[in-house]
Design a protein around this ligand. Structure first.
Ligand code: F0G
Length: 463
């Protein structure tokens, strides 16, 4: 089908149900931020105008999803909603055993509890935070082996999420296959800027796994966005549908964990799918212990219905074209305001580079946090800091060990904001950029021992 003429980005849906936004004054936002201890996680959502904190669980459901929810079968065991969910996941992934979970990290915890032991090493292109934390919780090492282009923020390479396959082979040589119970690939690579993984790279990774007889597991939260990038960018796939590409990607793996709060179009939900029957049996037993019976896994029947329908809708080419184009458009708006971003734009988010934008703010004064706060104060836009506040460590000198990058992630909820909302966010970025020399850093007043970014209390430094 012809792509619609897209000088203006047209949302491929119209709106049936609306949720009011609450406008605030600059004074109200200053008061709200101060009351939140200058931590954006502590804001009330009612005080946020455009919430780009995450694309996870924040999407809008379709009319068909809401209709499907009415068909939810809430039987404890053997519900027809599970059958529908299982059928859709099986068709999409080709994987034999489908285990529902309440969200992605539950699937991860169950898989790693059964498959990973102390002293093991689990390579990936890049582990997401919860994946890494769940592996480390088992006493194992989570190893990131991202390709060189992926580590260069300015590289325009098309597949910056690719695994460094040579490094993977070297990891097998160094640690031995006995210590590597599985290999993971995250599509798209959230930690690396939402960058895609090519099918060629997945195949090469699969070949290494085959040589060593080790299973390949996808962390496939954003499988549809990844498939769209393959259609757009990888040679030989331009005439394929994103559905076909996604099906092929899953068939290169032995299993997957998916947070269905992303490309499942769900507000809650996850899944663990596996080919290994014995491993699946053990995972189901653990599921019963902590999540629920294997035909609901901590979800309501109506959730399973909504997710099954969402998984059918998300590979629609018109939706994916609009989705990816919107992120790219927002990045273009940032660039034209002189704000550098991770390039190219990711599938689900734009990552502003605060280190390049605010060179006068040192890492231990949290430049990306300062930028995120300014976006909120300027226009009620909430993003998330991915920098020294999130990853830095306090030291004896009082100056934190800096993180590698100082980024603000602006994640786009699915089907929620319109093109004019995105234009507005572009205007807010430009207004902040116009007075960037005046932006000051922050200092931490109080912080917990771990995962401090969620609850730390901060204070702006005097100008
Ligand atoms: N894997 C990836 C790549 C993710 O991005 C996430 C969540 C998870 C696993 C965990 O899934 O939240 O359902 O338990 N990412 C969210 C985010 C939280 O904001 O990027 P979950």
């Amino acid at each position: 089908m012809d792509a619609p003429l897209q000088r203006t980005i047209i949302e491929p849906f119209r709106i049936k149900s609306v949720e009011p936004l609450r406008f605030t004054t600059r004074g109200q936002r200053e008061a709200a931020l101060a009351a939140a201890g200058h931590n954006l996680f502590a804001l009330r959502s009612q005080d946020v105008l455009i919430d780009l904190l995450t694309d996870s669980g924040t999407g809008a459901m379709s009319a068909e999803q809401w209709a499907a929810m009415m068909r939810g079968d809430e039987s404890y065991a053997g519900s027809s909603s599970f059958e529908r969910f299982e059928g859709v996941v099986h068709e999409l992934t080709g994987l034999r055993h489908v285990i529902p979970t309440h969200q992605g990290r539950a699937a991860e915890r169950i898989l790693f509890t059964e498959a990973v032991g102390a002293g093991d090493v689990v390579p990936s292109n890049s582990h997401f935070d919860t994946t890494r934390a769940n592996i480390e919780y088992q006493g194992a090492e989570a190893l990131d082996l991202l390709c060189a282009e992926g580590r260069d923020m300015e590289s325009e390479a098309p597949f910056k999420g690719d695994m460094d396959v040579e490094a993977l082979e070297a990891a097998f040589e160094r640690h031995g296959r006995e210590r590597i119970p599985l290999v993971m690939v995250t599509i798209t690579n959230n930690s690396g800027g939402g960058q895609p993984v090519s099918l060629a790279n997945l195949r090469a990774t699969r070949a290494v796994c085959d040589r060593h007889g080790i299973p390949l597991i996808l962390d496939a939260c954003r499988f549809a966005e990844n498939a769209w990038f393959v259609v757009e960018r990888e040679e030989g796939h331009a005439d394929r549908s994103p559905r076909e590409v996604a099906e092929e990607a899953f068939r290169l793996a032995d299993g997957c964990t998916i947070s269905l709060k992303k490309d499942g179009f769900g507000n809650i939900g996850g899944v663990l799918a596996l080919n290994d029957g014995e491993l699946a049996r053990r995972c189901r037993n653990l599921l019963i212990l902590t999540e629920g019976f294997p035909t609901y896994g901590g979800l309501a029947g109506r959730d399973l219905e909504a997710l099954a329908q969402g998984l059918l809708e998300v590979t629609d080419p018109d939706y994916l074209r609009y989705r990816v184009r919107t992120a790219e458009y927002l990045a273009e708006r940032a660039w034209s305001a002189g704000v550098p971003t991770v390039r190219p734009a990711g599938g689900h988010a734009v990552y502003l580079d605060a280190k390049a934008m605010l060179p006068h703010i040192p890492a231990h004064q949290y430049p990306a946090h300062a930028l995120a706060c300014e976006l909120y104060l300027e226009g009620g836009v909430r993003g998330v800091e991915i920098g020294t506040l999130m990853f830095g460590r306090p030291t004896d000198t009082g100056e934190d060990d800096p993180a590698a990058n100082e980024l603000v992630r602006l994640a786009l909820p699915r089907r929620v904001y319109t093109q004019s909302h995105v234009d507005y966010v572009g205007e807010v970025i430009a207004a902040v950029a116009a007075r960037k020399e005046q932006i000051r850093g922050y200092r931490i007043v109080d912080q917990p021992p771990a995962l401090r970014h969620f609850t730390a209390v901060l204070e702006p430094l005097a100008g």
